[in-house]
Design a protein around this ligand. Structure first.
Ligand code: HH2
Length: 276
């Protein structure tokens, strides 16, 4: 018998729009307003559910951007995209989050997991991501006794506090690459169902990240360069979605939307004895 009348909801795909000169994979390509808007609209046409606009790189070693400059980068792009698609703002600065919300953003993607009060006050969603330290220092020999347990406990604590403070849409994200070695990242992906079991929707971002270059190295053993990491990005996004992630954050929207469309039905409870 068919066990569920629920339609399978495919996981959501968040497209990355970095309005920065120095992001690790696309720095400088969308710093100009017209280029940013065109790329955002391309991602919408490719099926992105959300476009994540960021004005400060969080790559390892990145320096912070002055608040005015970050606001100047993101606000016009948020305002231009908001009539077309749900927009999130990728920032750790309360004032930038506020300005982006004024311009139409309805989700704060917060790699510092510290802006829940802004989300509560403004009635928008919030993503709490785990990071060890700051982008400047996070890859200096990160250490955990139990990476899955520690990341999970941190996220649960922040997510519950945000929910109790009135944030109605709370996401958690293990922060792949943020203060993690290659094995930490793989461990977190392997145990993603444990994070899903925490009870908050999980978002995952592996797209083009450097651990993929190491794990899926070239046949000669050298790291796969960032522009050739789509297959590994897609494989890990698909794995994350099958493991229960409700959203993946990616640079390559069209292929990920195809994968998400396939994963939706695959996540339905198994159909037993109902073949037609
Ligand atoms: N990764 C990056 C930035 N923001 N937000 C969440 N929630 N999860 C992530 O994994 C995540 C994130 C890094 O990717 P990118 O934006 O492409 O690079 P940069 O930080 O250099 O701009």
């Amino acid at each position: 018998m068919y066990r569920s009348t629920l339609r399978a909801m495919p996981p959501s795909v968040m497209g990355v729009l970095n309005v920065t000169p120095d992001s690790f994979s696309d720095g400088g390509r969308y710093l100009d307003f017209d280029a940013a808007l065109a790329h955002g609209l391309d991602m919408v046409a490719a099926g992105a559910d959300i476009v994540d606009v960021g004005g400060e790189s969080s790559r390892p070693g990145a320096e912070t951007v002055p608040e005015d400059e970050e606001r100047r980068r993101v606000v016009p792009v948020v305002a231009a995209l908001a009539p077309h698609v749900r927009v999130s703002v990728d920032t750790v600065k309360p004032a930038v989050a506020e300005a982006a919300i004024d311009a139409g953003a309805t989700l704060v993607n917060d790699v510092s997991a510290s802006l829940s009060d802004v989300a509560a006050r403004r009635g928008v969603g919030w993503v709490a991501m785990h990071m060890l330290g700051t982008p400047r220092t996070m890859q200096d020999a990160p250490r955990y006794d139990d990476v899955v347990g520690e990341v999970g406990a941190f996220l649960l604590d922040r997510a519950r506090a945000a929910r109790d403070a009135g944030v109605s849409e709370v996401w958690v994200d293990p922060g792949i690459g943020f203060g993690k070695t290659v094995s930490h990242n793989l461990e977190l992906l392997r145990h993603l169902p444990e994070l899903v079991a925490l009870g908050f929707p999980v978002m995952v971002g592996t797209s083009r990240k450097s651990f993929l270059g190491t794990v899926a190295a070239r046949p000669d053993g050298s790291p796969t360069p960032v522009e050739d990491r789509l297959p590994a990005s897609l494989a890990t996004a698909t794995w994350a979605m099958l493991a229960g992630a409700a959203m993946v954050r990616v640079h390559d929207v069209a292929p990920t939307v195809q994968a998400a469309t396939l994963v939706g039905p695959a996540r339905l409870p198994l159909v037993v004895g109902a073949r037609r």
